[in-house]
Design a protein around this ligand. Structure first.
Ligand SMILES: [Zn+2]
Length: 81
């Protein structure tokens, strides 16, 4: 048995800006969460590396201070002529 999911802190950016995005058609099967800071979303039934801030891979963490300077990927090309 695992401990209840902490849905108040984003696993990726660790901000307290997580909210419920949607819930399963079958009540209680899963809940989808989304972070309003880094837009990471995850389902409550995913493993701890996707849902738990302490287990989320360090290499994939996002510092909220870096978000405004991030590039759009893929870059939008200049219009021709
Ligand atoms: Zn986040």
């Amino acid at each position: 048995m695992t401990s209840p999911l902490d849905t108040t802190v984003c696993p990726r950016c660790e901000q307290s800006t997580v909210r419920v995005m949607t819930t399963s058609p079958v009540p209680g099967a899963w809940t989808m969460h989304v972070c309003d800071t880094c837009f990471y979303s995850y389902r409550s039934t995913e493993g701890p590396t996707a849902t738990d801030p302490a287990s989320f891979p360090q290499d994939w963490k996002v510092d909220p201070a870096d978000i405004p300077g991030m590039l759009a990927m893929p870059p939008v090309p200049q219009r021709r002529g």
